[in-house]
Design a protein around this ligand. Structure first.
Ligand code: SF4
Ligand code: SF4
Length: 330
């Protein structure tokens, strides 16, 4: 990922509203916010982790908590727009109580349509029973080198029993293929399994076909999407927010649009083309207007759940469609 890592945050003071000051400009009817605070620690140690992992000091954890609470307070108080919020921490958020609390609270707000987080699903799931299951969702990634098949599958079953929306993903590395096939075969059939092309790998057509069998939308991930000059919803109805409230159009473009908490970002909102050569991360290119991904993932854009689940006949495990498989694993 190209975004610079944040250090401990120095939160700006709130800007007081002067009597008689003009009312804030209308925000877009719906805003998607991608939030990433300073938290960078993770309980897993994946060799392909895109982030340089670190231990977070108590000060960093305190700063992360304060920043997250400030962000959720802002969303809570800003009912003049409807929100979808995706937490995309550098590390694992759900092992921290403040992420669980933030998600639970946001899920109950009438102006929050969806709140989701990227997670390795290592933590307990019972807290999700306190969320509004109509708005909470998880983007869960299965890391076969870090967690056993049955343990991950048990978590997925717990989520299903709780009625929580979630997708399951895996990084398309050759050594993951058998684990991915086994997981696809055993996951509930209404759970979408996505495959991310592994960073730095190119796939022969035959290799890509093996992953495409498991995830009929793998083709979107296989190659970076040329994006320079193309219309992208980021900067207009999708924004990236970091721990100190700095707003950028997406996690990959460094230009600041202002700050969330003093309202300075609002003046910079509007349609503008992508300034980068290409976009190779789902949380970015899903917003490219030149792709049809808002249709493909309608109703589940931030948690990566397609509007229409791939048919069982489309999804194959080792060449056999799920439709024709008996239960059990290969
Ligand atoms: S679970 Fe995610 S953040 Fe943690 S080490 Fe693995 S890839 Fe990195
Ligand atoms: S296409 Fe990707 S890199 Fe370009 S603005 Fe959109 S999200 Fe950002």
């Amino acid at each position: 990922m190209s975004s610079p890592r944040s250090g401990p945050v120095d939160l700006p003071d709130p800007v007081p509203v002067r009597p008689g000051a003009p009312l804030p400009a209308p925000l877009p009817e719906h805003l998607t916010l991608l939030y990433r605070g300073p938290l960078a620690s993770c309980d897993y140690d994946c060799p392909y982790c895109p982030f340089a992992k670190r231990r977070d000091s108590p000060e960093t954890l305190r700063a992360d908590r304060a920043a997250l609470e400030r962000f959720t307070d802002w969303v809570t108080a800003t009912a003049r727009s409807r929100f979808s919020v995706l937490f995309t921490p550098w590390g694992e958020g759900l092992t921290r109580s403040w992420y669980r609390r933030a998600i639970t609270g946001l899920s109950h707000l009438p102006h929050v349509e969806r709140v989701a987080i990227q997670t390795n699903l290592s933590g307990r799931t019972a807290w999700l029973a306190d969320c509004d299951s109509g708005s909470v969702a998880l983007w869960a990634t299965y890391h076969p080198g870090e967690v056993g098949h049955e343990r991950f599958l048990d978590k997925a079953r717990e989520l299903t029993a709780l009625g929580i929306r979630f997708s399951v993903g895996i990084v398309g590395r050759p050594e993951h293929l058998e684990a991915a096939r086994r997981m696809r075969a055993d996951l509930p059939e209404n759970v979408y399994l996505w495959v991310n092309a592994a960073e730095g790998l190119t796939y022969t057509d035959a290799e890509a076909a093996s992953w495409q069998e498991l995830d009929p939308h793998f083709r979107y991930s296989r190659f970076p999407h040329p994006s320079r000059g193309l219309p992208c919803r980021t900067g207009e109805s999708v924004l990236s927010v970091n721990g100190d409230g700095e707003v950028r159009r997406c996690h990959f473009v460094d230009t600041s649009l202002g700050n969330l908490y003093d309202g300075s970002f609002e003046a910079g909102l509007g349609p503008s083309p992508c300034p980068l050569t290409s976009c190779d991360c789902h949380i970015g290119y899903v917003h490219l207007e030149s792709l049809d991904l808002y249709d493909v993932f309608r109703g589940g854009v931030i948690e990566r759940i397609p509007a229409v689940m791939p048919r069982r006949s489309e999804v194959k495990v080792a060449g056999k469609s799920l439709q024709n498989r008996h239960s059990g694993t290969p």
